[in-house]
Design a protein around this ligand. Sequence first.
Ligand code: GAP
Length: 495
Amino acid sequence: MANDTNKFQAIISHCKEYGFIFPSSEIYDGLQAVYDYGQMGSELKKNIKDYWWKSMTQLQDNIVGIDAAIFMHPTTWKASGHVDNFNDPMIDNKDSKKRYRVDHLIEAFAEEQKTTGNEQLANDVLAQMDALLAKDDFAGLKKLIEDNKMKCAISGTGNWTDIRQFNLMFSTEFGSMETAEIPPAGGGGANKVYLRPETAQGIFVNFLNVQKTGRMKIPFGIAQIGKAFRNEIVARQFIFRMREFEQMEMQFFIRPGTQKEWYEKWKATRLEWHQSLGIPAEKYRYHDHVKLAHYADAACDIEFEFPIGFKELEGIHSRTDFDLKQHQEYSKKKQQYFDNDIDPATGKPYGNYIPYVIETSIGLDRMFLAVVSHAYEEQDLSTPEKPDSRVVLKFPAKLAPIKLAVLPLTKKDGLPEIAEQIMTDLKPHFRCFYEEKDSIGKRYRRMDALGTPFCVTVDHQTKEDNTVTIRHRDSMEQERVPIGKLKEIVLSAIG
Ligand code: GAP
């Protein structure tokens, strides 16, 4: 499947209808590329986070987690290169002096074409824009604007400047304008602070704090999950590209010269993590970077086959000692580690050095989209007698928002009381859901649409022998089991 737009649209609608994802501030018509996670989405997101956190910290011998602030001293971003190099293209109208983001201008033009029935032109222009942006082809973008006679909304003219770069970081101001001054460590503008565009820098600036207080010995890692913000230029792909998103990053600090072997190890380890969720191997592929960022000596993406095609899900980067070196230079504070292991080449300790770093960086929202896209299935269940269908989310049980639904067959005869007792006994162990409204068939369908792996039905036989029917989401098979076995069945599935 190269690009399944219908499936993508169906997933977006499903996420909204079943409380996974809503457009942000929807009552005000939403905010572009910003989304809210609903009651089901926040559970799924938390389960993904927990799964990543556990495997990257608890199950490792030498990786610890931190939670750094979103705001950082502005010099951080000067040192990291984001102030100077983290840019997107802008264009100005010479008559009105109004400045436009190039993508906004082209999108507004495409929108106008759609409303006048020119859907084909709109789609062509957007496709050309995406291709030109991907190549940083500013001359091509300007030509696209001019060839299509795009006009400024204020002056009504097409008298444009050349396209120039614009920084993707959001900024705001700290404290009151009169009093608050950020200490001048080289950051420039007094009160200006940025919303972090990656969580990684919060790890780098805490490298020595963690190493010393945690008595960490190289090789070791620092992991973090947190929000990041980017004023993205192409932001029309649901939660694939957002302006506020979450990252799960880990920086692994190593001895210089060992980066090649650690890079290969983390590449393999991270792919194994993805596949441990039971998603087939052919849904993933590596994309090795040919054009490397100035700080990297190797880099690759783990791509996933989304309904919009194979796209980046996670990045693995061999970042050399670039970041720590930069922070050492800008802060004037040594960012060195003393390695007292013996170097076999010299017979002496390795001594002081700035560690090299291998980074693993995955977008939590993209991982969410990958999990939902893979789980989403529309099934035709028609028989010669009766048309039927269902939408099912085949989540791995450990990620499912609800693990067990408890459904009394009727609202009377003491069945709700038994069901409520099952809820009381099991809800301390995993997320359960109680539902007595509607027919049992409708309740099963609703649980399928939420991705609940197990449904338990309490019926009249339960009163006689303390057994219930457990229904398995994927096979739809049902079996009779003692109530006392439910906890074990669910716990072993979510292991
Ligand atoms: N610290 C390295 C770094 O931030 P990146 O490739 O820019 O590298 C890492 O981002 C991951 O963060 C990506 O692989 C992607 O999953 C996620 N990501 C980046 N920009 C995003 C956006 N605008 N919306 C959602 N996820 C994003």
